[in-house]
Design a protein around this ligand. Structure first.
Ligand code: GAR
Length: 207
């Protein structure tokens, strides 16, 4: 079972885009009672707002771009080494739009978590809000899960429900989901870091 070896717990956050989930964690970590600190932010691309947010907060950053490596395995190894160098208790994929390998997951077993803008197991993949809207569901939401080898299939840590409104667009729905997602992420990550967590079969227990 994963253990939290540091106080405050050490978070490495991986981003690919705007980084509003990262920002929510950075803001929460300003309170010592939160029990965690972001020790590094990594990205798979340059010039994203997520990296700029980290730099403004004075947090070390690194970029591992797939196209700068000979193979996907080489990229994954470079990413794994960069993350491991920061000795994370928890690796948070916060809008990180790449799949990591089985070796990566083994290196940080049950310590890699991801957010998904839908209520798993519905609507996996990169079109969560669009697929929910197209399907016509009346509620959707967001899911925090322990990453496994599948796409958005890992054990569920937390979920939050968001109503779908008649006049929603993909953008308006996703923005409302992201508000719920940030609150869910901060709440669950804080509790995991303060209380620890365990994974048994499909079930995750915090504390
Ligand atoms: C979030 O809604 C996150 O769930 C989603 O990207 C957004 C990132 O927002 N991630 C995925 O869809 C991963 N499959 P942010 O960059 O503002 O935190």
């Amino acid at each position: 079972m994963p253990t939290v070896d540091h106080t405050p717990a050490r978070l490495v956050v991986l981003v690919s885009g705007s980084g509003t989930n990262l920002q929510a964690l950075l803001d929460a970590c300003e309170d010592p009672a939160f029990g965690a600190k972001v020790v590094a932010v990594g990205a798979d691309r340059f010039d994203v707002e997520g990296l700029a947010r980290a730099e403004r907060a004075g947090i070390p950053t690194f970029v591992k771009q797939l196209s700068q490596h000979d193979s996907r395995d080489a990229w994954d190894l470079a990413l794994r080494r960069a993350v491991a160098g920061f000795e994370p208790d928890l690796v948070v994929l916060a809008g990180f739009m790449k799949l990591v390998s089985a070796d990566f997951l083994e290196a940080f077993e049950h310590r890699v978590v991801n957010t998904h803008p839908a209520l798993s197991p519905s609507f996996p993949g990169v079109r969560g809000p669009a697929d929910a809207l197209e399907y016509g569901v009346k509620v959707t939401g967001c899911t925090l899960f322990v990453v496994d080898a599948g796409v958005d299939t890992g054990q569920i840590i937390a979920q939050s429900v968001v109503e779908v409104l008649d006049d929603d667009t993909v953008e308006s729905l996703h923005e409302r989901i992201k508000v719920a997602e940030r609150a869910m992420l901060v709440d669950a990550v804080g509790r995991m870091c303060r209380e620890g967590w365990s994974v048994e079969g499909r079930r995750v227990r915090i504390g």
